[in-house]
Design a protein around this ligand. Structure first.
Ligand code: URA
Length: 434
């Protein structure tokens, strides 16, 4: 088999066979194929796409490039969640402990942030001492002891994805529905969960800018999951403004804990986290209707069980659980700067992507995979879309390293302020399989 022929076939829009796809993925992962040939094929796939069979074959080949975690020693249906990435998305920190507290085991592998989007692993890393790369034995122990486990994927989960994602990242080939499907689903299938809830983000701050594209991606992932016996449903959620008030790792831990304490319950972030948790409970057999599942979610907040699960998970994995009750134990910024409005009006739009990039520049996110983060820095969004503001009202609080220059106009530029209020935009745009 020659890689040249695969590239040529795809360049002309033809379909690759499962054997050809397996040949490519194996060769890319073990370094036997030159990167330029993989890069050329990735670009051809971006332009020409892949049909369902090809996407399935690519997912399987990537899954089988490494090990599969065996969770069969943990009783019950294990349910995971995946979000396609956004700004201020800390739903895993909220819903993982909720679902576990409601009796459904929740094994989760999370990524690190890159560019304007944050990563759940970095948010957990802001809890002092918490180990965020668990061995298989530690992962299983956490899942058995607390029903919740979260870790960066170990090197051997779908290693072909690491190789191909690094190539996609530098060749502008990330935004392809079959490539995203195979990348995400290969890791999810290797992670060993029985069921999965997907949160497919849609909007200017997300990979998928239009509802049509988001629905196509969601359906593609649902089809692949189901073909492999996974129970799976997807929510399509709006991603324009940041989710919640916090952008930045320690700040996002604080906001998650506040929601687990029962605060901000009517915010989009809380409502989205509760709904995703409820869908997970239904898939895991912990509830049979949405109403019942949402009632269980609320009970776990009200009786403190969800927050207690987060404390136990933290302590079990080396973290300082006292930091969840005393935020002064979390990483702190060196300087705090207030950004105030230069006019009166209503906030009608907020550019989450631009705010994510500003947070990255502060040190909360990575420009490059090798960047070291400052876990204490970030941005507090003080006024949400729809808010009426007067001149000099606080809009953002910026938490920085000592002495960093903060330019107010960079922040003001992320907002659109108009004389009339915007229509209320729902956070839930669509569902698939729910
Ligand atoms: N997240 C992934 O893990 N892979 C992609 O391709 C895109 C987002």
């Amino acid at each position: 088999m020659r890689m040249y022929d695969l590239i040529y076939t795809k360049k002309l829009g033809g379909a690759l066979s499962p054997e050809q796809i397996a040949f490519w993925v194996k060769g890319a992962a073990d370094g036997n194929l030159p990167d330029e040939q993989s890069a050329a094929l990735l670009m051809a796939i971006c332009w020409r796409g892949m049909d369902t069979e090809e996407t399935l074959a690519l997912t399987l080949a990537m899954r089988d490039s490494g090990k599969r975690l065996d969770l069969s020693s943990v009783p019950g249906l294990k349910v995971d969640k995946h979000s396609t990435g956004g700004v201020g998305d800390k739903t895993t920190l909220i819903l993982g402990p909720i679902v576990a507290a409601c009796g459904v085991p929740c094994p989760m592998f999370s990524g690190r942030g890159l560019g304007h989007t944050g990563g759940t692993v970095d948010k957990f890393a802001a809890i002092p001492g918490l180990k965020v790369e668990l061995t298989d034995a530690e992962f299983l122990h956490s899942l058995k002891a607390t029903r919740f486990a979260n870790s960066a994927p170990t090197g051997n989960i779908a290693p072909a994805d690491k190789k191909l994602y690094a190539l996609r990242d530098v060749t502008a080939t990330v935004e392809s529905i079959p490539l995203i499907t195979a990348s995400i689903m290969s890791k999810k299938l290797a992670g060993g969960a029985d069921a999965l809830v997907l949160d497919v983000k849609c909007g200017p701050t997300a990979f998928m800018k239009t509802l049509d594209d988001a629905r196509t991606l969601a359906q593609s992932m649902v089809d692949v999951g189901r073909a492999h016996g996974m129970q799976i449903r997807a929510l399509i959620t709006r991603m324009d403004a940041p989710l919640g008030w916090a952008i930045g790792n320690a700040l996002e831990v604080m906001e998650s804990v506040e929601i687990l304490r029962g605060e901000h319950g009517d915010s989009d972030l809380a409502q989205m986290s509760f709904r995703l948790a409820a869908e997970m409970l239904i898939l895991g057999g912990g509830a049979s209707t949405l109403e019942q599942a949402l009632a269980k979610v609320q009970a776990s907040i009200q009786n403190g069980a969800a927050l207690e699960t987060l404390r136990r998970f933290t302590a079990l994995n080396g973290g300082d659980a006292r930091a969840l009750d005393d935020f002064s134990r979390l990483p702190q910024p060196g300087q705090v700067v207030e950004i105030r409005s230069d006019r009166d009006g209503y906030i009608t739009a907020m550019d989450g992507r631009a705010l994510g990039l500003l947070a990255m520049d502060l040190g909360a996110g990575r420009k490059d995979q090798s960047d070291v983060l400052d876990l204490g820095v970030g941005i507090r969004v003080q006024a949400r879309v729809g808010a009426r503001i007067e001149k000099n009202d606080p809009l953002f609080t910026v938490y920085t390293k000592p002495g960093s220059l903060v330019t107010s106009s960079d922040y003001l530029r992320t907002l659109q302020i108009d004389p009339t209020p915007p229509p209320r935009a729902p956070w839930l745009l669509s569902t698939i399989g729910c």
